[in-house]
Design a protein around this ligand. Structure first.
Ligand SMILES: [Zn+2]
Length: 449
């Protein structure tokens, strides 16, 4: 297949902009990039998709999300609104995640994946919790990824909140899915698994010991870290040390580990994150919504920490997260010099691409270059000022809209063409999700009766 007449934003090492060029795709891989005339004469019999001057760029990546949060949209929380993040967990997320059944899990994933495809997001790292149905819940999410064609990394949020039996089921669910999908024979699959942990504040020493013992050598953990100060004070009360030191003592840091948020890390913890080569993810919309503060991610980037961008369950339109990231740090610090457009690119493009490529071992994902996986989007954007490789970030932040994404491809397969979904029936899935949500809300509200 050849995509012709496109303006390519490569996001390769030099962030090149290639005007009026074509990309050749064989199976799931980009095999050649060149001037349209040259490519067409070389491959006269290939299927041709004419981009008609649209921008072709790698699909967007979300480094941390929660599909299960979908049914919180519009949900009435009984009593006074939560006064802080611990109350948000206790009044919203914990009663909600423990109201989900297997079908809710599947449909929350499908609805989020439709949202992702329509807005150009082609890989998501999901962090799942559904204590009423732990066993098999990751299969529901895996099957939704496969049905949608979107690339994903799944895990189950292990916690002590629901007792030992539930904790052990969560550990087994993670291990089972890791064994199922991270196998060498599964190389062209679009789903991988890692090991999920909720957060230090809901995990005992015994649980962390147990997880370390059973964790396969090439697997790390995906865990919320110091999202609110209570995670740090809980760790100090329980063990006398801070959260990152605690994870280090349990040998849970490293290049396969994803640390989420890190808002309240101190300097020594930031140094440990750097030394350990763990990934950090930043979710500014969630930080604003939970009023937990903001972390100076640009300083982390300067130190060489691979900070990535996620959405923490907000819309799967990642450009919304880009814009929030660009704006929120300026307001938080009262400093318009904070959060350069290229810092957003560093997280959302460079580091997110490295993260996905790391989890899909051996594949290059998130770049347009020969040998990379064909995870691509077409964006119908008409620049009204000069666009060059130095100012792309600002064109995207101020000019691109997610609705300008017209076509989405993952692993060489179209998931949306001309704004029409190829694999999923949005109307049917949305209607069924709406009917399921009523039961979820009933179960949630029954907990307050
Ligand atoms: Zn999260």
């Amino acid at each position: 297949m050849i995509i012709t007449n496109s303006n390519i934003i490569t996001w390769d090492q030099s962030h090149s902009l290639l005007l009026g060029q074509s990309v050749v795709i064989k199976n799931s891989i980009i095999t050649e990039i060149g001037p349209t005339g040259e490519i067409l004469s070389k491959y006269p019999d290939d299927e041709i998709i004419n981009a008609r001057g649209k921008f072709l760029m790698p699909g967007l990546i979300c480094a941390h999300t929660h599909f299960y949060g979908l049914f919180s949209r519009g949900l009435y929380i009984p009593g006074n609104p939560p006064k802080d993040f611990p109350e948000i967990l206790e009044k919203l997320w914990w009663p909600l995640d423990s109201s989900l059944l297997a079908e809710d899990v599947k449909y929350s994933a499908l609805v989020c994946l439709i949202d992702a495809i329509k807005h150009g997001t082609t890989t998501l790292f999901d962090h799942h919790a559904s204590p009423l149905c732990i066993n098999g819940s990751l299969d529901e999410i895996e099957s939704a990824f496969i049905a949608s064609g979107v690339r994903g990394v799944v895990c189950y949020e292990t916690t002590d909140r629901y007792g030992i039996e539930s904790r052990d089921q969560s550990i087994d669910e993670n291990l089972r899915m890791i064994e199922k999908v991270n196998t060498p024979g599964n190389n062209n699959s679009i789903v991988r698994a890692t090991f999920g942990l909720h957060a230090s504040l809901t995990l005992s020493e015994d649980t962390l010991d147990k997880v370390r013992k059973v964790l396969p050598g090439d697997v790390g953990v995906h865990i919320h870290v110091a999202e609110h100060g209570v995670d740090e004070s809980d760790s100090i009360n329980k063990t006398g040390i801070r959260v990152v030191n605690r994870l280090k003592n349990h040998q849970l840091l490293g290049q396969n580990t994803i640390l989420v948020h890190g808002v309240h890390l101190d300097q020594s913890e930031i140094e440990l994150v750097k030394e350990s080569k763990s990934w950090m993810t930043h979710q500014p919309r969630s930080n604003m919504n939970n009023a937990v503060g903001m972390v100076d991610v640009e300083r982390m980037l300067d130190l060489g920490i691979p900070v990535c961008l996620g959405n923490d369950g907000f819309s799967n339109a990642m450009l919304d997260e880009w814009r929030s990231c660009y704006l929120s740090h300026k307001l938080w610090t009262s400093n318009p010099q904070k959060m350069n457009g290229n810092s957003v690119i560093k997280m959302a493009i460079d580091n997110n691409s490295r993260l996905v490529s790391h989890f899909f071992k051996g594949d290059t994902i998130g770049k347009i270059e020969v040998g990379a996986k064909a995870d691509l989007i077409l964006v119908d954007y008409n620049p009204i000022t000069e666009l060059n490789s130095d100012n792309i970030a600002w064109h995207i932040i101020f000019g691109f809209r997610d609705s300008m994404v017209t076509d989405t491809m993952v692993n060489g397969k179209w998931l949306m063409t001309d704004r029409k979904l190829c694999n999923l029936d949005e109307e049917k899935i949305s209607a069924h999700a709406l009917s399921l949500s009523k039961e979820v809300w009933n179960r949630y509200h029954a907990k307050f009766a």
